[in-house]
Design a protein around this ligand. Structure first.
Ligand code: TYD
Length: 135
């Protein structure tokens, strides 16, 4: 699956921690957009889509949550709880985010501006998209 854990450097001293990431260094694309998700009730699930071209990096700035990822071969559940660990997510991956703690803030860095045309929101359409990509 086109997922890659990115270990970010944490500069830690008696004042606390600082973590950084730079375009074309830790982040393997030019960042065109950022967005963040917070205030999600623990019982709520979001996502339910894949992207055709978009590349993303997910960073859980605070709290914890889980994300289920799926491509045409496998499913993976990743438990996010470390703000110094980022996850690169390539195109063609279905995702469902859930299990948010009250203090969870999920930051997403994106390679493209927002475009609804890049979304695949129908699961069967996603399956067809990734099967076709494989051939
Ligand atoms: P969506 O990506 O569907 O959220 P999630 O995957 O967390 O369930 O986005 C929710 C709404 O926000 C949807 O109407 C599209 C809009 N939106 C933007 O306008 N710009 C953005 O950059 C993003 C990510 C979403």
């Amino acid at each position: 699956m086109d997922l890659k854990v990115i270990h970010l450097e944490e500069i830690k001293d008696e004042r606390g921690s600082l973590v950084f990431a730079e375009t074309q260094k830790e982040i393997p694309f030019d960042i065109k957009r950022i967005y963040y998700i917070f205030g999600v009730e623990n019982s709520k699930r979001r996502g339910y889509h894949a992207h055709k071209k978009l590349e993303q990096v997910f960073i859980l700035i605070s709290g914890e949550c889980k994300i289920l990822f799926e491509d045409n071969k496998e499913k993976k559940i990743i438990h996010f709880n470390n703000p110094a660990e980022a996850l690169y997510v390539g195109p063609g991956i279905w995702r469902e985010m859930y299990g948010f703690s009250k203090d969870a803030v999920l930051l997403v860095l994106a390679s493209l501006h927002y475009s609804e045309d890049d979304y695949i929101r129908d699961y069967d359409e996603f399956k067809k998209f990734v099967d076709k990509k494989e051939k």
